[in-house]
Design a protein around this ligand. Structure first.
Ligand SMILES: *[C@@H]1O[C@H](CO)[C@@H](O)[C@H](O)[C@H]1NC(C)=O
Length: 468
């Protein structure tokens, strides 16, 4: 080997070492203002009371919605035979709007949503809403607090079906849950920030303060979508508040994990991930093509949420179309190519009533615009998101990648972020809205995971007492 050859070998070795170090380096935790003020204007003194709250939409608001729904919708006829590939189909929309106007009864649905007690409390200048579902007293089980976090375009409504499963004691579990189900700031009945910067990390801090105020110093957190992102940030920035984190949709990939994902495109099958998951990622160009096709909404939210917000907050028809299209495609991408996007199929996994409940929460609270701003805060230039992604956590993690979710990150890549994975599962049935689609499967996954964490905690306790 000539001198040039030797130099280049050394150069490549140094470069590889440098890249490896960079990919594995952990950035410091971003600064978090412990006491920010998100309300209007200057900080004001506010009490820390927890006030009972009942959903009771004023009659004039319900009549206003009825009047808007009574107007003939201005639907542009869809192209022939395209189903949902161009977005919401107009014939489907007409059927749903008729149902919403003539058959759906908000007041009845409201009573159902009030089945669990609701509360509000002021944190960092904002009124934060939550619903609480507690287990029966005297079950003999360990009662653990569980913070259940929704995402976009969801709300606490997503969890109505899974709450009874989480709060009912079961023979195969030592644990049962006292569930706190908040509305994220700017979503539903929680007040929106009046100032920029309400990203997932800021929400993570608000949620830990909420749990502390209710009386829970330590808890489990569960979430999908943004709820998962916020759970990630709690586990990363406030790990001591958690017994564990369970997510249905891993969000974070460290730079090292992303590098592996890229490499996997060139290496033999099975090198980087479980071959079952490969078809979801490779060829990467197909994955990015689908991402580009399906993520237009996110680009819009991340840049000009307030503009589209004017339209969506002025038209229940428009709002419903915008949200329902996501429920169709994110439940299972096969629905893009099916009549009615699956939404009117008797075996569609989510009931139309439940989807309309969720849409009504956005409509009556006028919160669609502020809900979309979370994307701007997360993807914006001053966001700590990328830094947070690259800081690993040792909080015991339960990861469930549902087969039809948007992206299913394999365990070995998730392991770059989560250094203490307790369970990793890939349930075949279920998509993005797992809590609504397959509440039993999700609840079982949570129970299995939590029972392992609890056994480990007990063993550690035992070891400690033996030593001392
Ligand atoms: C539209 O849906 C019908 C019925 O589900 C199906 O037969 C057809 O292939 C679909 N067309 C497209 C373009 O997705």
């Amino acid at each position: 080997m000539g001198i040039l050859g030797r130099i280049s070998v050394i150069f490549i070795a140094v470069l590889a070492w440098y890249i490896a170090v960079r990919l594995n380096s952990t950035p410091p935790l971003p600064y978090i203002d412990p006491d920010p003020w998100w309300g209007l204007g200057e900080p004001k003194k506010s009490d820390s009371k927890i006030r009972p709250f009942k959903i009771d939409i004023p009659a004039k608001d319900v009549q206003d919605l009825q009047a808007r729904l009574a107007q003939a919708p201005r639907l542009a006829p869809s192209l022939e035979g395209v189903n949902f590939t161009y977005g919401m189909d107009s014939t489907t929309m007409a059927v749903i709007l008729k149902y919403w106007r003539d058959s759906y009864d908000w007041k009845k649905r409201e009573t159902k949503l009030n089945a669990y007690p609701h509360f509000k409390t002021r944190i960092e200048g904002l009124d934060i809403h939550f619903m609480r579902a507690s287990p029966p007293a005297g079950s003999g089980k360990t009662v653990r607090p569980l913070l259940l976090l929704h995402g976009w375009p969801g709300s606490f409504v997503e969890f109505m079906g899974i709450l009874p499963l989480l709060t009912t004691p079961r023979a195969d579990s030592e644990v049962v849950f006292d569930v706190i189900c908040p509305s994220l700031p700017g979503y539903g009945f929680s007040e929106a920030a009046a100032k920029p910067g309400m990203n997932t990390l800021a929400m993570a801090q608000i949620m830990t303060k909420l749990m502390k105020r209710i009386g829970f110093e330590k808890f489990y957190v569960q979430g999908g979508d943004w709820g998962s992102g916020i759970a990630h940030d709690i586990a990363t920035a406030f790990p001591d508040t958690l017994y564990g984190i369970h997510v249905n949709m891993v969000m974070a990939m460290t730079l090292g994990a992303q590098a592996k994902l890229m490499l996997g495109a060139f290496l033999p099958s099975g090198t980087v991930m479980d071959p079952k998951l490969e078809e979801k990622w490779y060829p990467l160009l197909t994955f990015y093509g689908i991402t580009l096709r399906e993520m237009g909404y996110a680009h819009l939210h991340a840049t000009k949420p307030d503009t589209v917000g004017v339209a969506l907050n002025s038209s229940p028809q428009g709002l419903a179309a915008y949200i329902l299209e996501k429920f169709s495609t994110w439940t299972d991408m096969k629905y893009l190519n099916q009549k009615n996007g699956g939404l009117l199929d008797p075996d569609f996994p989510i009931s139309l009533d439940a989807m309309l409940d969720n849409i009504c929460v956005y409509w009556f609270t006028g919160s669609i615009t502020s809900s979309m701003r979370l994307y701007s805060e997360f993807f914006g230039a001053s966001s700590p998101a990328i830094t947070m992604f690259n800081i690993p956590t040792t909080v015991p993690a339960g990861l469930a990648g549902f087969g039809n979710d948007l992206a299913v990150i394999p365990e070995n890549l998730a392991a770059h972020k989560f250094h203490n994975i307790i369970t990793y599962t890939n349930p075949e049935i279920g998509g993005h809205f797992a809590a609504m689609e397959v509440p039993k499967i999700l609840a079982d996954d949570i129970f299995i995971y939590v029972n392992i964490v609890e056994r480990q905690m007990k063993e550690e306790q035992l070891q400690k007492t033996k030593k001392s």
